[in-house]
Design a protein. Sequence first.
Length: 389
Amino acid sequence: MDRRTVLRAAVIGGGGAAFSGALWGQALGAVAQPGPSPYGDLLAADANGIQLPQGFTSRVIARSGQRVAGHTWHWAPDGGACFPDGTGWIYVSNSEIPLAGGASAIRFAADGSITSAYRILSGTNLNCAGGATPWGTWLSCEEIALGRVFETWPAGGRSGEERTRMGRFKHEAAACDPVRQAVYLTEDESDGCFYRFIPDTWGDLRTGRLQVLCAPADQVTGPATWQDIPDRDGFPTATRRQVGAAKHFDGGEGCWYDRGVCYFTTKGDNRVWAYDTAASTLDLAYDDSLVTGGVAPLTGVDNITGAPNSRDLFVAEDGGNLEINVITSDGVVAPFLRILGQSSSEVTGPAFSPDGSRLYFSSQRGTSGSSTGSGGITYEVTGPFRAQP
């Protein structure tokens, strides 16, 4: 049997129990399928080269190497998040550049105007993705062998601090679970693992335990357990090779926690996984090999975020059609936006403003296809994002 048939049989065979997570009320194995977008079809590209649904508009808020509010915006913008700031908000963005990575921030007033921009982390290496904490900091992760996690302060005024106990490996993204007081971490290796860090004191990431998810190698849905990593420094033995029962994933990317479920993506097999934190079970939310009745709309699966006013996921593509796709709460996947004329780039850093009315993201290499110079472009999309009870 081909991969599609094998996977479908495995997923259906593992079904039957009700999936209690934030996204679906369906049975296990009900992976998202193509369907009509709740926002309608994409229209012709606007002046910024962005195709959007009716009622939505885009604007460029920053370009790499150019000044925004007096600050030179960084090269290769990658993972990002938004944070409340009085009546306004702050958008934080990583820089996936060797040796000069770090992260910068843009501050917005209540009306959406930009009031300032500044650096919040410097002197780090290939900062790819990361994640926001419930206490208002940004975890910026290095995507290199023996990479580190740095905790940073979006409002500025304090230097970023290395959180060595969260492990040394090729970090990608992080997502915080305030209920079980854990931070989930992805690893961008073809045989990477899925980790969680359990701090000794919630809100203090300086000490704690690093664990790896364990499950059978061929399992796509079913129970999972956790084991401690013996040596979180990852040298001489890499963290992903220290626990024999660890489950390996093909290129861990984005990570997002919502109401008891941690969603994470793997780019090597175009999957969105769902880890049910209460039941400690693993499931597939999306797999391009399980799409039926048409062409998979979402490929090059990468960064992921959730809309604060609905139960929808928004997944960015590294490749594919250079889209951000929406996966709705009833399991429909469809394009939400598409970037034209930038085929040598990737979509990075999707994040919603705290009120859910604005979506931020970047084209990492823009029209030039270059990670340096003025390639990167950071956008804002405003429009009638839907709300659900």
